[in-house]
Design a protein around this ligand. Sequence first.
Ligand code: ADP
Ligand code: MG
Length: 257
Amino acid sequence: MTLLEAKGLRKAFGGVVAARDVSLTVERGEMVALIGPNGAGKSTVFNMIGGQLRADAGSVLLDGVAITDATPQDRFRKGIGRTFQVAQAFLSMTVLENIQMALISRHREALRLWTPARERYREDALQLLAQVGMEGTANRSCAELAYGDVKRVELAIALAGDPKLILMDEPTAGMAPAERSALMELTDTMTRSRRLGVLFTEHDMDVVFGHADRVLVLLGGQIIASGPPEEIRRNPKVREAYLGDTHGLRPLLTSSP
Ligand code: ADP
Ligand code: MG
């Protein structure tokens, strides 16, 4: 069964139609990139799938079950993880504590007070940290971490929810190219080994073409093309769509296969 199916999603902000009849699917073990120039409507689509925005029309199904009206918390429990949301408490806790909190929240044990929080899920949390290559920082405060390391911890937090699907809206924004590749490489490995579905957006076309199984191109709130990376790269409509977009044009046209 299809993991994620979005059908006919629409969202308008006043007179601006940010998403118009957007339909897409993500299968288990698949990485799907949603690309498009700034203002194309990518975040709007992510937010309708994650539940932060209510769609004006259309539906979202996870494993065939409609979640169109579910809250973000509900969607999280049903298996949708996101990497961009950093809780307020994040920076005041250690790396390990953050992962433990995510595990506690997943098991809805916040009210079970007889075991001290610092002992709960300690082993599971350390294992998750090892998977993202962060076991050495377990006892450091998140506030001290380098940006790329914060992103790794965020990925571990998302994984702590045992998600079926991960939504990554510009996960590598602000990262140096080497850090960027490393995070996407890690995401790729996790996706394949856990058979997760990933929907991501990313401005670096080398990253997109290097990791996506399928690419969807959004322009003016509509999907104008979709297909395997090589097909998208050659698609004249896509090349035209990026003309004049200084952010996306050159990488798309010049990156090597
Ligand atoms: P992208 O993520 O592709 O850059 P967005 O989804 O953020 O695009 O935005 C799509 C369009 O919707 C833009 O024109 C943007 O200005 C508008 N928009 C997005 N969010 C809001 C909002 N909360 N209120 C009003 N307009 C919005
Ligand atoms: Mg955006």
